[in-house]
Design a protein around this ligand. Structure first.
Ligand SMILES: *Cc1c(COP(=O)(O)O)cnc(C)c1O
Length: 424
């Protein structure tokens, strides 16, 4: 029995109130692309548990890898010790990520991997005799996590900067990346970034962005040329480029990493979310030999970070199994297939007067409404329809597991269609 009363009285859920909690649904089991509720209902999963469960849930191969690992060793400190799961995982990350990203720092969550990336950038410039390079530049509409430094580079409006402004480092914001991915490139789109870098480069350590897909900050799919020119500008003005691929990594956008849309390598990359296939929390920050050497030849002689659960062997084992499965499964074919099904199901909604825009990229489908939806109402509606879709603001979106079947995608799309059609 799920003790809903205790949950309501004592436990915070993400971005919610404890005095006016929104309804929650009790989950008893997950399997494949399905979520089982305690009332017996089975929901088709449209969220992959926030970009994480790319192979669906309870995958037998990943489960077996975790069982083998747990019988051997769940955790051991990483200071002064090492182990095969960490080494095998890092071999794969070095091999698969864009060229040059050869040095790996493992941590426990996406936000922490962003903190690590920002510290790497600042420590690098300190080591180069430029301690004044500490500011971070970032496009508006971005999302990089909920810890303080990560929050300082989230969109200043939707990221609720006003609440924390006194407690947070002030960063530099540029216009959100445009044009859209399928639109014609125009050179004005990079002006805001160019001007900010040109005016402030002496105090800037890094540019951080989400390549091609700005996720939580608005599901904005932007033009690869923006990313290509951002890379060039960073080189020109001696600024490190940090690619936050926590949401986009491992095939979600139709490329293994979204940086590949522009054929660029960042100086630092952040990975998380689906790194373990959605099974355990783990993140990685990778950088180049040049940055790593710079940091380690600097005043401190070491990189100043080291989480207690660094390189947790159980999480590493899940990540290895998940990555091997991704490659073996022909993810590109899976993602392209999901993309076609999403387009078929969602494109017809673009004519509806309540809908501002419909867009799909890789295994992501977005219906942008003209008005913000009421979260509790729409959630109840979707659950009644047998799907798990969790909209925010004006965005009704899905990013299902890559292994989802055609009839399941149709069910997700039909639920969205029914919701929109019953609006008066
Ligand atoms: C989710 C997300 C993060 C934060 O990751 P957590 O594991 O929730 O801390 C950072 N950046 C991007 C792009 C994300 O989507």
């Amino acid at each position: 029995m799920i003790d809903y009363q205790f949950d309501r009285d004592h436990i915070w859920h993400p971005y919610t109130s404890l005095t006016k909690p929104l309804p929650v649904y009790g989950v008893t089991k997950t399997q494949g692309c399905e979520i089982h509720l305690d009332n017996g209902q089975v929901l088709v999963d449209g969220m992959s548990s926030w970009w994480a469960a790319m192979h669906g849930y309870n995958h037998p191969v990943i489960n077996q890898a975790m069982k083998n690992q747990i019988d051997n060793m769940s955790h051991i400190m990483f200071g002064g010790l090492t182990h095969e799961p960490a080494i095998e995982l890092c071999k794969r990350l070095v091999e698969l990520t864009p060229k040059g990203l050869d040095k790996v720092f493992l941590s426990d969550s996406g936000s922490v991997s962003v903190e690590v990336a920002l510290k790497m950038a600042v420590q690098y410039w300190h080591s180069q005799g430029k301690p004044e390079k500490t500011k971070i530049v970032t496009p508006r509409n971005g999302y990089h996590g909920d810890t303080f430094a990560a929050m300082s580079v989230c969109d200043p409006v939707t990221g609720m900067h006003s609440l924390f402004s006194g407690a947070m480092q002030q960063q530099l914001f540029v216009e959100r990346p445009t044009p859209r991915i399928e639109a014609q490139w125009h050179s004005d789109a990079i002006n805001s970034l160019r001007k900010t870098l040109s005016d402030n480069h002496a105090s800037i350590a890094a540019l951080i962005l989400e390549p091609i897909v700005q996720g939580t900050g608005g599901m904005n799919f932007y033009h690869p040329e923006y990313l290509r020119q951002a890379r060039q500008l960073c080189d020109e003005y001696q600024i490190l480029l940090i690619a936050d691929e926590i949401a986009t990594g491992f095939g979600r956008t139709g490329k293994l990493f979204a940086c590949e849309w522009a054929d660029i390598s960042p100086d630092i990359i952040c990975l998380g979310k689906t790194l373990t296939g959605g099974n355990l929390t783990l993140a990685a920050t990778l950088t180049t030999n040049k940055i790593a050497t710079g940091i380690c030849n600097g005043e401190a002689g070491v990189f100043m970070h080291g989480p207690t659960y660094m390189a947790n062997p159980l999480a590493c084992a899940a990540a290895i199994a998940s990555i091997d499965l991704l490659i073996k499964n022909d993810w590109q074919q899976q993602v392209n297939q999901v993309n076609q099904w999403l387009k078929q199901g969602l494109a017809p909604l673009s004519d509806n007067p309540h809908v501002a825009d419909v867009r799909c990229l890789g295994a992501i489908g977005v219906v942008e409404m003209k008005q913000a939806v009421d979260q509790a109402t729409i959630q109840r509606f979707f659950v009644k329809q047998g799907v798990w879709i969790r909209p925010f603001g004006k965005l009704v979106y899905v990013m299902p597991p890559y292994v989802i079947q055609q009839d399941q995608v149709a069910k997700l799309c039909n639920a969205i269609k029914s919701y929109i059609e019953q609006l008066s």
